[in-house]
Design a binder for this molecule. Structure first.
Ligand code: FAD
Length: 548
């Protein structure tokens, strides 16, 4: 179980012994560190000020990729490391990290010509140790066009086909956290670290945090503390006695837009040139939609509230229409958006797109260990480096265990095994449409069996209205096993409905709110407050329409 009950139990009991490690930040980096530490036998607590994956880890391009474009910047080591990591992350979580065919159109005025694209993809295959069946295939202009007929034909010179992986960043984060919890980690959302506690020699020996659900503050002792706060890393370094020394963060904002699949019906993901500025962006088909992004601009506004601006949406629409002219996308096609902040490390004189995506660890004299930069794809390796450092400081010999550690819901031996599982679930549940079974499998993997069982148990209560009992069962599962505390936790980060199913939300909102109210024992006022809070999220993704 991973729920409010477990959280309350932890807060109500004293913990006089210091934990080996306290991790601050419940994005993919913090989650990965908690998992690595727990699997090496360390006692570990993770504290997240909002919901898990509330920061950048729910607002990325949602790809587990080697970063083909970093080859252009000659970041060979980075491409090699994250390229190899792709396969490991996929193997350990086949339900939420799925192979995705990618097309790289080669066009006049694009960033790479035919020869360089072919060479680049060839090097990429070797660096990322890509399996033979998934290696790059170069296409003529005619083959590229018959593969993706919406592409602009007059400038098309050819194409390259290769494979990456598609994920759901917030769901990957929650599966990592659930696995960490199953190995003994304590992970608390809505727990904001406010300051550090020091020994007489000025080394950190603990911290204070505020529990936002009860309003109470707590102190916790730790032998080591890791600051994995993504874009907020410097804020945490700022409250440490040492402050922000030497290197600092440079935040850049990235926006995505979502359009109905019928308005950009691609046969695969396409990684294409923005003809006006030599950047490249992705268009990714996913469950009835196609999402497109991203932008990359220096960001200096409020870290807590990045949103898409009208100019971001216009930039993406213009770039997409230039490459897929017959789509003629307009602002009216945009169903939803999201905006995230990249916690990159500042380098003098470099533009946002030129800044390295490499991660770095900073250790302060007070003992605070901070990690910044990096990518979703490389989370496991970053975590390994941090926990190896912590083990060294603790004088503990324990090898990393995560390379072959399957995540919750991902206990499948192969992609074929996962496909068979989906087929079996479809056959055994004829009352549920096959697309819904697939969508559940992509979210919860093998854990969907619990949801389906609960749905059967609830069938009579809901008068055999299958959709209602299935929705109620999904809510139940996320409350009991995924620490959902609010309506937004459920609709934004556990199910992604805000981004990918926004038009159908209004119809089900009262039902979801009432189910959560029952499970979490909300009063009528609290239920209304939750709806109001979610409505703010619902409106924020379309705020750009007001010219902001
Ligand atoms: P975050 O996810 O931001 O987590 C930090 C957490 O710390 C937050 O949840 C925050 O609430 C919490 N926190 C802050 N202050 C406190 C406090 N005082 N107490 C407790 N908690 C606190 N990478 C890829 O591999 N593939 C991609 O396709 C990809 N696309 C991207 C697209 C965009 C637009 C962006 C912005 C990034 C993309 N990335 C991608 C990079 C990747 O998303 C990030 O590197 C990764 O999500 C960062 O995770 P994190 O855990 O370090 O930070």
């Amino acid at each position: 179980m991973f729920s409010i009950a477990q959280r309350t139990h932890f807060l109500q009991h004293p913990h006089p012994e210091p934990f080996d490690l306290v991790v601050i930040g419940g994005g993919i980096t913090g989650a990965g560190i908690a998992l690595d530490a727990a699997s090496r036998g360390l006692t570990v607590v993770l504290l997240e000020k909002h919901d898990f994956a509330w920061g950048t880890s729910s607002r990325s391009t949602k790809l587990i990729h080697g970063g083909l474009r970093y080859l252009k910047q000659l970041e060979i080591g980075l491409v090699h490391e994250v390229g190899v990591e792709r396969a490991i992350v996929h193997r350990n979580a086949r339900h939420v990290v799925l192979p995705e065919r990618m097309l790289l159109p080669i066009v006049e005025g694009g960033s790479l010509g035919k020869r360089l694209s072919s060479l680049g993809l060839w090097i990429y295959d070797r660096l990322a140790k890509v399996e033979k069946s998934e290696r790059r295939k170069m296409l003529s202009a005619q083959q590229t066009l018959s593969d993706e007929p919406l592409l602009r034909s007059d400038i098309l010179k050819g194409g390259g086909l290769y494979y990456e992986y598609r994920t759901d960043d917030a769901r990957l984060t929650i599966e990592v956290l659930k696995t960490a919890v199953s190995l003994g980690a304590e992970c608390l959302n809505y727990a904001e670290v406010t300051d550090f506690v020091y020994s007489p020699d000025n080394t950190i020996k603990g911290l204070h945090f505020k529990d936002h659900l009860s309003g109470k503050s707590f102190e916790i002792n730790a032998k080591y503390i890791v600051n994995a706060c993504g874009p907020w890393v410097d804020n945490l370094r700022g409250i440490d006695k040492e402050g922000v020394q030497k290197k600092r963060l440079h935040l850049t904002k990235g926006v995505h837009i979502v359009v109905p699949y019928q308005r950009l019906p691609l046969h695969q993901s396409v990684y294409f040139d923005v003809l006006t500025d030599k950047r490249m962006i992705f268009a990714v088909p996913r469950l009835g939609c196609t999402y497109i992004g991203t932008t990359d601009t220096t960001y200096t506004d409020s870290i807590d509230l990045p949103i898409a601006q009208k100019s971001d949406v216009e930039y993406i629409l213009k770039a997409t229409n230039a490459m897929f002219p017959n789509a003629q996308l307009t602002e009216n096609d945009v169903l939803s958006t999201w905006a995230g902040l990249r916690p990159l490390i500042h380098q003098d004189g470099k533009s946002p797109s030129e800044l390295s995506r490499k991660d770095e660890i900073f250790e302060s004299h007070t003992g605070l260990i901070s990690i910044a930069g990096g990518k979703l794809t490389g989370y496991r390796k970053m975590s390994e480096r941090v926990v190896t450092l912590v083990c060294k400081r603790l004088g503990k010999k324990a090898a990393c265990q995560t390379k072959d550690l399957k995540l919750m819901g991902g206990q499948f031996e192969s992609s074929a095994d996962f496909k068979d599982f989906i087929q079996r679930q479809t056959n055994e549940n004829p009352a549920i449409p096959a697309e819904q079974i697939t969508a559940l499998a992509y979210k919860y993997g093998s854990q969907m069996e619990l949801i389906l069982e609960q749905s059967r148990n609830l069938a009579a209560y809901f008068n055999h209205h299958h959709e209602q009992s299935l929705h109620a069962a999904e809510v139940w599962y996320t409350v009991e096993f995924e620490a959902v505390c609010s309506l937004s936790d459920y609709l934004v980060r556990r199910t992604g409905r805000l981004y990918f199913e926004r038009p159908t939300i209004a119809q089900w909102l009262p039902f979801w709110a009432s189910q959560l109210a029952q499970r979490l024992q909300w009063s009528k006022e609290e239920e209304q407050r939750q709806i109001k809070d979610f409505t703010a999220d619902y409106e924020s993704v379309m705020q750009w329409q007001k010219g902001h």
